[in-house]
Design a binder for this molecule. Structure first.
Ligand SMILES: Nc1ncnc2c1ncn2[C@@H]1O[C@H](COP(=O)(O)OP(=O)(O)O)[C@@H](O)[C@H]1O
Ligand SMILES: O=P(O)(O)OC[C@H](O)CO
Length: 496
């Protein structure tokens, strides 16, 4: 029997999962790695730690599944998106740490682009709003600030890649420099209509084309693992950004289908088919995937901080010892006690796009307890999701009837119930909540004929639990309007 191995390189951990032909998890190994915060608002990772942790969990997952590397039919890659790595082509060594998607250091470059009136130009071509979130200004920052790198980049001696590209490069022993459409669409230098790097944007940011990877479909044999890694050459056959992979893993194949992934941040993606919808309300137009010679698009609402706020309760405030504890604490109080928490740690993404917003806790009284704060943090995840669902309905003209959910935080039943309550629609949690990894496995498996087609994949999706809304609409709107008020007070804070 054969299996598919998925490598899910996330913001806080590297994960490897072995799936069988029914899409069941056979083994799963996870490893957290270091977050580097050199200055307020800056976030970096060590690219070597990304690679080493990823390969370690891949080997362990094969071992724990009780199988041999030759039993792996294909490898699928999925990754934290936008995070930018530049490395030396000859030595394979990074020239700087990975600049993580959350990093705000390039906010001034973005301000300048906006002031010069490039917002519409960038949006038309890339589907994105100008923000430090995306790779483009991060590449520029490395070229401008790390000595000697620009000269080498012009000669193609240093290479740029998002994390998928970095992993594939290393897995193939430095032979293959590629990315897929979904990852390319997050760089702010890729033209999502012409399906090529955009020369005018490259000129604007002063980025040489020679350092960029080749852009390929998301389901495709890109190359084979170097023999010294697993002892056999395994095809690397799937590559997609983690949020697009989750949309695929949730089998959201029909236009209008929507999912929300609850990880470090929350990312809502709606499949819009072969049509690229333009958003007027701060959503992103992005490429869902390229498959069978076609490219499919999605509308995306990116929320930067959700599960990361739970981690902050653990590591920053130290008022919980693990994430699971939040469920019990939140249900110990009947409501939030009037406390609202806006997790604008790195500014706010969709639909506000304010790089200068910062976090706040408001409504504190003498009666406020740890339970209220914890509850306010969980509630903030659900409110932010509603912010995005509202604009998504407006932009697409599609009424959202249910929300499919996945990601690490969906095990929290309080959060899922509150989400259904605050949206006023049912929330559906599938049996396999590792849909990001599953999506990458499906993309890889389809490329090598392990699964026949997308119809077969859609038939594998199974419901675990459906959360029905039970809050009355008056209470729902009262809470939500308080939330909006709290957000308004966090905006622009860093600029004042
Ligand atoms: N029971 C829980 N309740 C709330 N949040 C949780 C729970 N379990 C995990 N999380 C949060 O989910 C996130 C992990 O989800 P995961 O999908 O692994 O994230 P990522 O891929 O972004 O690293 C963490 O930020 C963690 O704080
Ligand atoms: O690491 P995750 O799962 O939180 O995903 C990060 C996103 O891809 C950033 O755009």
């Amino acid at each position: 029997m054969k299996y598919v191995l998925s490598l899910d390189q996330g913001t806080t951990s590297s994960r490897a999962i072995v799936f069988d032909e029914k899409g069941n998890v056979v083994s799963k190994v996870n490893k957290e790695f270091r977050q580097i915060y050199p200055k307020p608002g800056w976030v970096e990772h060590d690219p070597m730690e990304i690679w080493e942790s990823q390969i370690e969990v891949a080997k362990k997952a094969i071992e724990e599944a009780g199988i041999k590397p030759q039993d792996i039919a294909a490898i699928g890659i999925t990754n934290q998106r936008e995070t930018t790595i530049v490395w030396d082509k000859n030595t394979g060594k990074p020239v700087y740490n990975a600049i993580v998607w959350q990093c705000r250091r390039t906010a001034p470059i973005c301000d300048e682009l906006k002031e010069k009136g490039y917002s519409e130009f960038i949006r038309e071509r890339t589907g994105l709003v100008i923000d430090a979130y995306f790779s483009g200004t991060k590449i520029k920052w490395i070229l401008d600030n790390v000595e000697g790198v620009r000269e080498k980049a012009e000669k193609g001696e240093v290479l740029f890649g998002t994390v998928d590209t970095w992993l594939i490069w290393n897995l193939t022993g430095g032979r293959v420099h590629v990315t897929d459409y979904s990852n390319a669409s997050r760089t702010m230098i890729f033209n999502i209509h012409k399906l090529d790097w955009d020369d005018e944007i490259l000129e604007l940011l002063n980025i040489p084309r020679a350092m960029l990877p080749q852009v390929m479909p998301s389901s495709h044999v890109y190359g084979y693992t170097a023999k010294d890694i697993f002892g056999v050459e395994i095809p690397i056959a799937g590559d997609a950004g983690d949020q697009q992979a989750a949309l695929f893993g949730q089998a959201c194949f029909q236009p209008g289908m929507l999912k929300n992934t609850y990880g470090t941040g929350c990312f809502l993606l709606m499949n819009t088919g072969e049509k690229a919808f333009e958003s007027k309300s701060g959503l992103l137009t992005t490429i869902a995937w390229g498959i069978n010679g076609k490219v499919y698009y999605a509308l995306e609402g990116s929320i930067f901080i959700t599960g990361a706020a739970v981690q902050w309760l653990r590591d920053g405030l130290r008022i919980i010892s693990n994430a699971a504890e939040t469920e019990e604490l939140a249900t110990k109080v009947p409501d939030n006690g009037g406390v609202f928490f806006v997790p604008a740690f790195v500014g706010l993404g969709a639909p506000y796009w304010d790089m200068y917003a910062r976090g706040l806790i408001i409504g504190i009284t003498r009666g406020t307890t740890r339970e209220h704060i914890v509850r306010a943090v969980l509630e903030s995840i659900a409110y932010q999701t509603r912010d995005v669902v509202e604009v998504m309905e407006k932009d697409s003209d599609i009424k959202v009837e249910t929300l499919r959910v996945d990601g690490g935080a969906v095990v929290n039943n309080f959060l899922m119930q509150f989400q259904a309550d605050i949206l006023g629609i049912p929330v559906e949690r599938p049996v396999v909540n590792e849909t990001t990894a599953l999506g990458a496995a499906y993309l890889a498996g389809l490329a090598v004929g392990y699964w026949k087609d997308q119809e077969e994949i859609a038939s594998l999706w199974q419901l675990d639990r459906r959360f029905e809304p039970s809050m009355n609409s008056e209470e729902r709107e009262r809470l939500y309007s308080k939330w909006k008020e709290a957000v308004s007070r966090s905006l622009g804070w860093e600029k004042r």
